[in-house]
Design a protein around this ligand. Structure first.
Ligand SMILES: Nc1ncnc2c1ncn2[C@@H]1O[C@H](COP(=O)(O)OP(=O)(O)O)[C@@H](O)[C@H]1O
Ligand SMILES: [Mg+2]
Length: 252
């Protein structure tokens, strides 16, 4: 019996056009961990998250969420445990109002309307989007759509929060709200991102991907200070760890 909440066991994934996106990934994530998945464009971050959430199924190997293997049959159980926000919020929002999008998940699980309303309002408040509740999702700005997509996941009260580039298209205030939200989310969270400064503030552990493989897995503060490793993987040291660009003074 595994006590890990997420287990990838020698997992491979090849797209129908024969692009090999994930090439033999083994990793374990335990309850309550906060994990960043980083890597250059095309490194396999989104593909890894799609495998984790069962949007894609592995070509070889296995993924387990708790004791449940991710297969077509187990998808309803997996979806109840994992809240996933897509890289592109347009892939996630499809109802006529933001309210209905955020209510969709809880309604789908047969939760009564008074409880649905409580959850929707709480989720919208958390992302600062109550004022958007009656708007049509497709008419929102990129950052507003992102906030609505995050609320749609929070209303499900998931055990595991999985986000693909959640800070992309957010203005500084919305990004700060996202960081606070991630810090206050006490369950397991897994975030694919290019925003390494956000990683420093929200994730204790970082997994670096390159060409579909894990090249490094460890403490975020150690990995994100390793300039040579980051450069080899097409990344740049977070601003918070860079020296002052004017006087060269070192940051603590
Ligand atoms: N739908 C798809 N069909 C074919 N190849 C894809 C598809 N989506 C992504 N890829 C390829 O898979 C590899 C990994 O992509 P992706 O997981 O999106 O990387 P990342 O999220 O790190 O930018 C890349 O080579 C990309 O071109
Ligand atoms: Mg991606």
């Amino acid at each position: 019996m595994s006590h890990h909440i997420v287990d990838f066991i020698d997992t491979y994934f090849t797209y129908p056009d024969q692009t090999q996106a994930v090439k033999g990934i083994t990793l374990c994530i335990s309850h309550g961990e906060s994990v960043a998945i980083v890597g250059a464009n095309g490194a396999g971050k989104s593909s890894l998250l799609k495998l984790l959430t069962g949007i894609c199924l592995p070509t070889k190997g296995e993924i387990r969420i708790g004791e449940t293997p991710v297969t077509k049959k187990t998808l309803p159980i997996i979806r109840q445990k994992i809240g996933f926000t897509f890289q592109d919020p347009d892939d996630q929002l499809f109802m006529t109002t933001v309210y209905d999008d955020v209510a969709f998940g809880p309604r789908n699980y047969g939760i009564g309307e008074p409880e649905v309303e409580k959850r929707v309002m709480k989720a919208l408040e958390t992302v600062g989007a109550v004022h958007l509740k009656d708007r049509a999702p497709y008419k929102l700005s990129g950052g507003e759509k992102r906030a609505a997509a995050i609320a749609a996941v929070l209303s499900m009260e998931p055990d595991i929060l999985v986000m693909d580039e959640p800070s992309a298209a957010l203005d500084p205030r919305a990004r700060r709200r996202l960081i606070n939200l991630l810090r206050s989310f006490m369950h397991t969270k897994i975030v694919a991102t290019h925003d390494l400064d956000m990683v420093l503030e929200t994730c204790d552990r970082t997994i670096v991907l390159k060409e579909g493989k894990v090249v490094c897995d460890g403490s975020s503060t150690t990995i994100l200070a390793n300039e040579e490793l980051l450069e080899q993987c097409g990344l740049e040291k977070p601003l918070a760890l860079q020296n002052c660009p004017r006087c060269g003074a070192k940051k603590e």
